[in-house]
Design a protein around this ligand. Structure first.
Ligand SMILES: Nc1ncnc2c1ncn2[C@@H]1O[C@H](COP(=O)(O)OP(=O)(O)OP(=O)(O)O)[C@@H](O)[C@H]1O
Length: 228
């Protein structure tokens, strides 16, 4: 699936009327790796959530291909997200009582019965590609780096064309963060996935094709990375 991102006049107000995001234009080619940086409270996570269609009060347009998330109701956005967007978070968001494969294949529960087996096989293949082989092992015994790999496998199992990441290395020590960045970049490049990652981690940002800087809810820099 080839889904360019095209954001136009995106504005978002808080329930009390404070302007949280104000982006006249932002685009991304399919398969691009884009970092988002900025000070605490700049609006990075808010932008990521707007790109995922997780916010109700957005104005303007957030188009992934022909679909404008702003014009969809929350049910339509959830459906689009399930098919199109994988997400990973700083704190992994795994189900502690489940094993690696059950976590990575979790979205199979929300799929038609006929698709479940293939999704589980795909989740297993992603785990193996990320170096995890103990499919049934409970995730509570996994290291932070291993947990984030399970989260990546879950986010990518359905072969969603877009992966949104919120501080994916922030809970990891330097060694684990560096290994995770290598694996993440290798996997998204191999699959042609568009990656948009909010991060303070310079080692992650320098592996992106472009780095956006957000300040006060506005895009203040959009730079091509020289290291990618
Ligand atoms: N629902 C909301 N109601 C009111 N204010 C909000 C809401 N959501 C976000 N904000 C405010 O918007 C601003 C941006 O928040 P956001 O979480 O996007 O920042 P951030 O750049 O991701 O920061 P950090 O790096 O600390 O996570 C903050 O001042 C936050 O308090």
């Amino acid at each position: 699936m080839c889904l360019p991102l095209d954001v136009k006049d995106l504005r978002l107000h808080s329930p009390r009327g404070r302007l949280l995001l104000d982006l006249p234009a932002l685009d991304a080619a399919p398969g691009a790796l884009i970092g988002i940086r900025g000070a605490s409270g700049a609006g990075k996570t808010t932008l990521l959530y707007a790109l995922a269609g997780l916010l109700d009060r957005a104005e303007g347009a957030v188009r992934w291909g022909k679909t404008d998330l702003v014009t969809l109701d929350s049910e339509g956005r959830a459906r689009f997200r399930a098919e199109t967007i994988g997400m990973i978070f700083q704190d992994f968001m795994l189900f502690e009582e489940l094993g690696a494969l059950d976590n990575a294949a979790l979205t199979a529960l929300f799929r038609p019965r006929a698709e479940r087996k293939a999704l589980r096989a795909s989740a297993q293949a992603r785990l193996e590609a990320l170096g995890l082989t103990e499919m049934g092992r409970g995730v509570t015994s996994f290291s932070g780096g291993e947990r984030q790999r399970v989260a990546i496998a879950r986010a990518m199992a359905a072969e969603a064309p877009v992966l949104l990441a919120d501080e994916p290395t922030a809970s990891l020590d330097r060694d684990n963060a560096d290994r995770l960045i290598d694996d993440l970049v290798r996997l998204v490049r191999a699959q042609g996935t568009t990656l948009i990652a909010v991060s303070h981690d310079a080692a992650l940002l320098e592996r992106m094709d472009r780095v956006l800087t957000i300040s006060g809810g506005k895009l203040v820099a959009d730079e091509v990375s020289t290291c990618a």
